[in-house]
Design a protein around this ligand. Structure first.
Ligand code: ARG
Length: 564
């Protein structure tokens, strides 16, 4: 429809290109002003006339087009287009009814790497990691929908001097049984214990360095203990991933790149980028208004940044990405700016637009009571479990006969936490308020899922609906149906917008709009009416809405239930 209007205007305005017209064309704030409006201010200069006059003249020259326009009116300097409602409805329904509505081939043949989640081994999977996991997963889904091939990379923090400390602590104060039984909680305890003891006995630090050095040299004992710590931790992280219903293509943590850092040093040396500073090796970034990027510590060991630089080259060579995205908290902004700059300085112009850091805000726990294990440490897993059990309580109270309560509680409870995380722009802080995020009448996951279940229930009860029967489009031109259809028509552009901005909240806001419009439509219109043609037309809207809610929630990584 929009295309048709652009073409019509383009045929009648000499001084603007179709693209310029498309940019100027607006969607008016009120339905009384039509479905599209074209402002004529820009034409005043070149046409040497008052904008109002131009609007009237152009409007008069456009002619009548009953096949898609009901009316063309001018209002001041605006030409307002009123679409032929039946044609509008038909156009949207015919598009949206297709199974792959919203999908695109834009990404065909292109690969995107997303580096997200990436918890630190032997440490708890905390609320911050929950955010990168949820946001990264959604960005993966959004890009996949647009036809991109996506490599999901979990860059585990599984290398570094902290493992030397952990080995020392384990040998001194730990035992196999307890680690097996308590997992990360025990590893965390040992790590804390190390620091307490090292205060009193600084020699422990030397011991730890020696153990890490052994790891770097490939010492069997050191590596086998380290590997076991990684396995123990992964078991727990995978439990959290299972709850969230997501997975990765690669668990290639920092250790994966440990033998590739020499090559980074060589590249930097060959390009004369490495300078010495207090025994350490750095890349000076002063000309770019950044502190130097540390590459080798004075004991010769590589660091986080060195391994990140190695990872960029490995990924470029292995996956030939068109973009490599990094989802982490905003406190790592400088780290990535430095890493990207160093890669660029090594003669890789592409680093400028292909390496992208996607930061997000903090999680504020506010007054929320979140269960914490020893040392006031909050585990993402516990938060998810708490959400699930709260939902289960409600179900037991309000709908005790619901089938498969466990699955429903999991999908709704976890969905509520995810939706709460994704509903606001990612850079904003997320707050945790159980009553708010679980409220089925609020702007929440449960509200959207409930709307989906309502659609399902309507369809279960619909009598003799025939998907293939011709639809009388004139029957669904009432304001509530049109408003719902207009929301439905936005789905493809919403997905593109979310991808361009790396912003799942665009999809979350959208699905909320659809749910609101649907519920308004449902209040205004009975679906299961006697009139067969009317019933069929309205039911088609339910079918489409239900699929869009499912697909949009899927883009957020959130599931749906048929009853709740
Ligand atoms: N392990 C890091 C952390 O927990 C995040 C890693 C992000 N990815 C990367 N390539 N640096 O803070």
């Amino acid at each position: 429809m929009k295309e048709k209007i652009i073409k019509l205007l383009n045929d009648n305005i000499e001084v603007l290109t179709a693209e310029e017209i498309s940019d100027l064309l607006e969607i008016p704030p009120k339905p009384e002003l039509g479905d599209f409006a074209f402002p004529c201010f820009r034409l005043a200069k070149s046409m040497r006339k008052a904008p109002q006059m131009i609007a009237s003249e152009i409007a008069a020259s456009l002619g009548e087009h009953p096949d898609f326009l009901q009316e063309i009116k001018t209002e001041g300097a605006y030409i307002n287009f009123f679409l032929n409602k039946e044609a509008l409805v038909k156009g949207i329904v015919e598009n949206a009814i297709k199974e792959d509505y919203g999908s695109d081939t834009e990404g065909e043949g292109k690969t995107i790497c997303i580096d997200y989640s990436s918890p630190n081994v032997a440490k708890n999977f905390h609320v911050g990691h929950l955010r990168t996991t949820i946001i990264g997963n959604s960005i993966y889904k959004i890009y996949s929908k647009l036809g991109y091939h996506v490599e999901r990379i979990n860059h585990l923090g599984d290398w570094g001097t902290q493992f030397g400390k952990l080995i020392v602590a384990y040998k001194a104060w730990g035992d196999e049984e307890t680690v097996k039984e308590k997992g990360v909680e025990e590893l965390l305890r040992l790590y804390v214990k190390f620091h307490e003891e090292a205060e009193k006995n600084p020699e422990l630090e030397d011991e730890a360095r020696a153990w890490f050095h052994k790891m770097e040299l490939g010492d069997e004992e050191a590596l086998s203990i380290w590997k076991w710590f990684v396995e123990i931790s992964l078991i727990e992280y995978k439990r959290t991933y299972d709850l969230l219903g997501l997975d990765f293509d690669h668990f290639t943590g920092e250790s994966f790149y440990r033998n590739m850092t020499d090559d980074v040093i060589k590249k930097l040396t060959d390009s004369n980028l490495l300078t010495e500073s207090e025994g350490a090796k750095i890349v000076d970034l002063e000309s770019y208004d950044m502190p130097p990027c540390l590459i080798l510590k004075n004991d010769g060991s590589s660091i986080y940044a060195t391994r990140d630089i190695a990872a960029v080259f490995y990924r470029k060579e292995t996956y030939n990405f068109t973009k490599c995205l990094y989802v982490t908290g905003q406190e790592q902004k400088l780290h990535f700016a430095q890493v990207f700059k160093v890669v660029e300085l090594l003669g890789n112009e592409w680093a400028k637009d292909q390496l992208v850091h996607i930061p997000y805000g903090l999680v504020s726990l506010g007054g929320a009571k979140l269960s914490s294990r020893g040392g006031n440490v909050i585990y993402a897993e516990d938060i998810l479990k708490e959400a699930i059990s709260k939902i289960k309580e409600t179900i037991n109270e309000k709908n005790p006969d619901l089938p498969d309560k466990d699955t429903v509680s999991r999908i709704v409870g976890v969905g509520a936490v995810m939706f709460n995380d994704l509903y606001n722009q990612r850079i904003k802080d997320v707050s945790f308020n159980w009553d708010k995020l679980l409220n089925p009448d609020g702007e929440t996951g449960p509200y959207v899922q409930y709307t989906y279940a309502r659609c399902s229930s309507i369809l279960r009860n619909s009598i003799g609906y025939d998907q293939n029967a011709p639809i009388d489009y004139s029957l669904i031109t009432d304001p509530a149906s049109i408003a719902l259809l207009k929301d439905i028509s936005r789905f493809p552009s919403v997905i593109h917008d979310a991808a361009d901005k790396y912003e799942p909240s665009v999809v979350a806001r959208y699905v909320m709009d659809v749910a609101h419009s649907f519920n308004k439509f449902y209040t205004d219109n009975h679906i299961n009416v006697d009139d067969e043609a009317l019933r069929n037309a309205r039911t088609t809207l339910v079918v489409i809405t239900r699929r869009i809610i499912k697909d949009a929630l899927e883009l957020l990584g959130i599931g749906c239930v048929e009853q709740m």
